[in-house]
Design a protein around this ligand. Structure first.
Ligand code: NAD
Length: 422
């Protein structure tokens, strides 16, 4: 087996490779192909802030608007030390395809700031967020580009974005961001939405494969917003969580974890996940991916499953919670193993779907009950799953390429109707 190359680990190239296959199968004409392949616009901002010690430090931030063909740009803001423009470009394109797969009226965008939030105080993070937002105050807007949380950012970050933007435009504008606190126009069910959408996809896959929820073994890598919420909801629903991991390492327990206790350990007591006293074999965060299981949920970060390790994956269903956890070079290996794949742009689309509901509620100034949010989410996820899987079955492609084709086709049709403004 050849070594994993830096090209393979370039997520923009991974995103491009899948786009190429889908565009070819769709027979996209040359001009439309180029239009959809490249971002609509991108910007780099340099963010000077005073650290708590009084010294000025300049951070680098990006925002990429991949497409606003079907609606305003939509996509999270990531705070992480390894953010790069290529990563943000890939994530922005994935947002376009994700919003199109679930057929919500948004384009795709993404932002990032190169920083390590674990090494910055709350006040420093607030200053970075406010200056980043101020630099982008003409890009953002409920009808232009609507950010949300991603790795390293949270509800509080979104509250700062909302406040800074509102100060610039001189009016309270809740719909400029989603994933906000409930007190500021957030939506019921948003915090759980990505994990819930992921479980809904798994439920659909189980029905397809004639498997049962009860005792169905699940391994989840990543125990942040997506991973921990998925673990809570899935265990409540009868799934058995046998493996978990976060940045500190992994734990495997074939008897299944007591998820509420694990959540309390990590979030209540703020202790390292691998030290959980409730049982389990300690291992690396990668190792946890390779145990035999019914469902594997990579919900941490990119490039976890590569051509170098995909042959070690032993699951029946691979449901991607993270964006880009599987490299394009690993796709064929996973397919040849007969694994049922729920690709990221479908598997984690519950988050952006409820973000859309939040935006709708903010704009109408009328808020829904959690049950209403969850019912609407269920409809969207069921329909999207069905469309993708039906396309895959009737056209003999894997679910990932089917999801890209469904998405690209929707965006291309919208583009043709709008025409090219010149
Ligand atoms: P988060 O910051 O809340 O959590 C990330 C988790 O992954 C943490 O538990 C962290 O310790 C762990 N982690 C990081 N690097 C790791 C590594 N190398 N090995 C193992 N664990 C590692 O982020 P999140 O919001 O849960 O996002 C996770 C993924 O899901 C990202 O790819 C994100 O883009 C994607 N996503 C998030 C949402 C959302 O609503 N939050 C929606 C769609 C997609």
């Amino acid at each position: 087996m050849s070594a994993v190359t830096s090209d393979e680990l370039n997520v923009y190239k991974s995103a491009e490779a899948r786009f190429e296959i889908a565009a070819k199968k769709l027979n996209l004409e040359e001009g439309i192909y180029s239009y959809l392949k490249y971002p609509s616009k991108e910007i780099t901002v340099y963010i000077p802030i005073a650290r708590d010690n009084g010294k000025v430090e300049v951070f680098t931030g990006y925002r990429v608007l991949h497409s606003s063909i079907r609606g305003p740009g939509k996509g999270g803001i990531r705070f992480a030390p390894d953010v790069s423009i290529d990563e943000v470009r890939a994530l922005a394109a994935w947002m376009t395809w994700k919003c199109a797969v679930v057929n919500i009226p948004f384009g795709g965008a993404k932002g990032g700031v190169i920083c390590d939030p674990t090494k910055l105080s709350k006040n420093e993070l607030e200053r970075i967020t406010r200056r980043y937002t101020a630099e982008l105050s003409e890009w953002f807007g409920p009808e232009r580009d609507v950010p949300a949380p991603d790795i390293g950012t949270n509800e509080q970050t979104m509250a700062w974005v909302m406040d800074t933007y509102s100060m610039h435009v001189r009016q309270a504008t809740t719909a400029v961001v989603t994933g906000k606190p409930l007190e500021l126009g957030g939506s019921q069910g948003r915090k759980e939405a990505t994990g819930r959408g992921l479980m809904m996809c798994c439920d659909n896959a189980l029905a397809k494969l004639k498997m049962k929820r009860e005792g169905c073994r699940v391994i989840i890598q990543g125990f942040g917003n997506v991973g921990s919420q998925a673990a809570i909801l899935m265990q409540e629903a009868g799934y058995k969580i046998i493996g978990v991991a976060d940045i500190h390492g992994g734990l495997y327990n074939d008897k299944g974890f007591d998820v509420p206790k694990l959540v309390d350990w990590v979030y209540g007591q703020r202790k390292p996940l691998p030290e959980f006293p409730g049982g389990g074999d300690k291992q690396t965060a990668q190792e946890v991916l390779f145990h035999p299981t019914d469902i594997l949920v990579p919900a941490a970060t990119e490039n976890q499953i590569t051509s170098g390790n995909a042959n070690r994956v032993e699951c029946k269903i691979l449901c991607e919670g993270a964006n880009g956890p599987t490299t394009s070079h690993a796709d064929k290996i996973i397919e040849d193993k007969g694994i049922f794949i729920i690709p990221d742009i479908l598997g984690n689309a519950g988050g952006v779907t409820v973000s859309y509901f939040e935006w709708v509620q903010d704009r109408q100034g009328f808020f829904w009950r959690e049950s209403e949010v969850n019912e609407r989410l269920q409809d969207v996820m069921d329909q999207s799953f069905e469309q993708v899987v039906r396309y895959a079955e009737t056209h003999g492609v894997n679910n990932r390429i089917a999801a890209y084709i469904v998405a690209i086709d929707r965006v291309a049709r919208a583009l043709k109707l709008r025409g090219i403004y010149a």
